[in-house]
Design a protein around this ligand. Structure first.
Ligand code: SF4
Length: 710
């Protein structure tokens, strides 16, 4: 690895050190606290989290913040996924995490919090009463909380103090008090949620009283040298909710205590969940103006650093913000989930190797929302660093020549890893460009970041030395004549146009689906000239594949009626947090829709619908064109021809089984490591062990791939 640091000239402010309370960070890049779902068993720090944090420190990130830690038994959270910061047993675990992050030059602060009303009373092994400033139903799980008493507030502050003492004892670099996103302390800071008539409600001075009492308790417990920060919402993003001006005044009061070392500014509450983790539909840099105002206001009280978040993805913009004094640290959290080496790649002038986050929320947030550990679509090693981190990419024992047929995401990912491990790789792609169906996904409204999947992988495989042959279809004879040592078939899938729905499994083909005016989504996106003015779209997908196509056509002047077999419009978008913003767009553009229904038959320009619960015929919809947004079937003809005739033949991605993008990129990674047998499986609980193995595994390694032979 080169010691050259061209990034210091290009990003002199972003890559400069910063003093934060009692410690100094090497640059202004950080990851904010984010739930990862890695602690499901016992609520204690474990290897999965340690390797995750260590990988990002090794990749050059300046400041890491742990996921939020519960401080009190009544802070339940949504499930068994967060660390219990008040538990003494965690000190040993956290000290290992601190040691790992420090070994790679990073700094790490523990975020401590009380979930308040946003938990679930039955999330753990018993039932608990949720606490809030005022008795009110929560938008998170629709549960009621009880108004917290003064004695209980004191108890919460004491638990914050104990969690801070534990963090300090573990050698972590500081604590961050979570005063945002709708949790207990943020609700005190909100006139929407805080309806108290005592000295803790009704005026600006009163609503900051409890948060300040907690700051005082923590500061008293840890002393003046230990770093204590606060995370605040600059905007509740709720109708009639708190906005920047009020947030600034409250923050100034807390900063004026002289007990706070930094402010981390964010936005959103549980009534505006997407604003906390905005999908790619949001404008980039959407919070920076409010952040700059807050930065200036804080500085007027006390010169402490302020951190900013808000879909900042361009390092040049981040550099501008730091240079202009609009913020002191730039939070690029998903950016560094997608690429733990982001900071080092900036520093070392390796920006052409960056895996860009595509803001899909598919493998991070959506997995968390269903109780799974987070990972990443474009970085399948995320959260699985023990098994698949850069330090685990071993050179091939014997350099071989691999042939990869199909240049979609799975084929490219496999080709890259094979090449990085020292194999010679030739990739054949039948069309004129790489990327496969992900290129179509990037055509949907506000999905342009999906193009990064193709662009990033193509750049990386070409740089690594994969021989790419475009416009090169491969048949069985081509593959056999090639004489490769190993063959990966990644020939993709073709869309189903049968009208099949899993809610009526006995009907293989809906009558009329063979009409010329019935098209699949890929056919529409490849060439929409055959689409008539009036469109009926049948949605057996429930996500952006269907709704995005509907909006794509609305944007081009078509009328669209979406018929969904689900009991809500595009329900899967609730998991990726892009439901509210997409509803806004399609409703404003005039989408019509019918839910709980499917198509009985299509005849000419008419579709007979029926209700899936009563099985009764319902509406008849008329259209010029009918579009099916359903599943795909594997394009595996080549595999079936070659099976048994070619040694070391494997199929991956959609041509094995059509699945989501994260599945096929993961499979490409496995194939690139030649993990085709049971060694591909991660045993349940394997990643959640606790020991010091990170040290043996990671120290002394660089994050660069092994030197290539041949
Ligand atoms: Fe970004 Fe998608 Fe990865 Fe999440 S899963 S970090 S949004 S690329």
């Amino acid at each position: 690895m080169s010691d050259s640091k061209p990034g210091l000239e290009k990003y002199p402010h972003l890559l400069s050190p910063l003093k934060i309370g009692g410690f100094t960070v090497r640059n202004r890049l950080m990851q904010t606290a984010h739930a990862k779902g890695y602690h499901s068993r016992d609520g204690l720090t474990n290897n999965r989290d340690i390797y995750y944090q260590a990988a990002r420190a090794q990749g050059g990130c300046g400041l890491l913040v742990t996921g939020g830690r519960h401080v009190h038994p009544t802070s339940t959270g949504p499930g068994r996924t967060l660390v219990r910061g008040n538990r003494h047993e965690n000190i040993e675990r956290d000290s290992e995490m601190a040691r790992a992050v420090h070994a790679f030059g990073g700094r790490i602060v523990a975020q401590i919090m009380h979930f308040g009303p946003q938990g679930r009373s039955g999330a753990l092994d018993d039932y608990r009463v949720l606490w809030a400033p005022s008795a009110m139903k929560s938008p998170a799980y629709n549960e009621c909380s009880k108004e917290i008493t003064k004695a209980e507030m004191d108890e919460v502050s004491a638990h914050f103090a104990q969690a801070a003492i534990n963090a300090k004892a573990a050698g972590l670099d500081g604590v961050e008090l979570h005063y945002s996103h709708g949790y207990l302390h943020q609700q005190f800071l909100s006139f929407v949620y805080n309806k108290r008539t005592d000295e803790y409600g009704g005026s600006l001075e009163n609503i900051v009283r409890f948060p300040i009492e907690t700051i005082e308790a923590v500061r008293k417990a840890v002393g003046p040298e230990f770093t204590v920060g606060i995370r605040v919402s600059m905007d509740e993003c709720t109708v009639d909710g708190m906005q920047a001006d009020q947030a600034i005044e409250m923050t100034k009061l807390m900063v004026a205590t002289g007990m706070v070392d930094y402010v981390s500014a964010t936005a959103g509450t549980y009534a505006a969940h997407a604003d906390q983790i905005p999908p790619g539909d949001y404008e980039e840099n959407w919070l920076v103006e409010r952040g700059a105002k807050m930065r200036a206001a804080i500085r007027s009280v006390r010169d402490i650093p302020m951190f900013i978040v808000g879909h900042i993805v361009d390092p040049a913009r981040a550099e501008e913000l730091v240079e202009a004094g609009a913020a002191d640290m730039i939070a690029m959290t998903r950016t560094q989930i997608a690429d733990p080496e982001f900071a080092n790649k900036l520093l070392q002038g390796r920006e052409d190797e960056i895996n860009n986050c595509i803001r899909c929320n598919q493998a991070c947030i959506a997995r968390l929302m269903v109780g799974n550990a987070i990972s990443c679509v474009v970085n399948p090693a995320a959260g699985r660093e023990q098994r698949f981190g850069p330090h685990t990419l071993e050179p091939a024992g014997r350099s071989a020549h691999w042939l990869v047929v199909g240049g979609g995401p799975a084929g490219m990912k496999a080709a890259l890893a094979l090449r990085q491990r020292g194999h010679r790789v030739t990739l054949l792609e039948k069309s004129e460009r790489l990327g496969g169906q992900v290129n179509l996904a990037a055509m949907l409204p506000r999905r342009q970041k999906f193009a990064f999947v193709t662009e990033d992988l193509e750049r990386q495989i070409r740089k690594a030395g994969v021989e790419v042959r475009l416009n090169t279809p491969a048949d069985a004879e081509t593959v056999k004549a090639f004489g490769a040592d190993g063959v990966l078939l990644a020939t993709g899938s073709v869309p189903l146009k049968t009208g099949f729905t899993s809610t009526r499994p006995a009907v293989d083909v809906v009558p009329g689906m063979d009409q010329q005016n019935v098209l699949s989504v890929p056919e529409v996106l490849q060439d929409s000239s055959a689409v008539g003015k009036r469109v009926v779209l049948f949605d057996e997908d429930g996500g952006r594949y269907a709704l995005g196509t509907a909006e794509y056509l609305l944007d081009r002047g078509h009328s669209v009626h979406l018929v969904s077999r689900f009991n809500a419009l595009s329900p899967n978008l609730a998991l990726t947090l892009d439901l509210p913003v997409n509803y806004q767009h399609v409703f404003r553009k005039g989408l019509e829709y019918t839910i709980n229904s499917w198509v009985r038959r299509v005849e000419g320009e008419k579709a007979q619908l029926f209700n899936l619960f009563t099985d009764q015929d319902s509406e008849v919809l008329e259209a010029d064109t009918f579009i099916i947004a359903a599943g795909h079937e594997a394009d595996d003809a080549l595999f079936r021809e070659l099976d048994g005739q070619v040694e070391n033949l494997h199929r991956i991605g959609d041509c094995l089984l059509p699945r989501q993008l994260q599945d096929v990129i993961y499979e490409g990674m496995l194939a690139g490591r030649e993990l085709f047998d049971h060694s591909r499986y991660i045993e349940q609980g394997e990643l959640e062990e606790f020991d010091d193995s990170w040290e043996r595994a990671m120290l002394g390694t660089t994050t660069a791939p092994p030197a290539m032979k041949g």
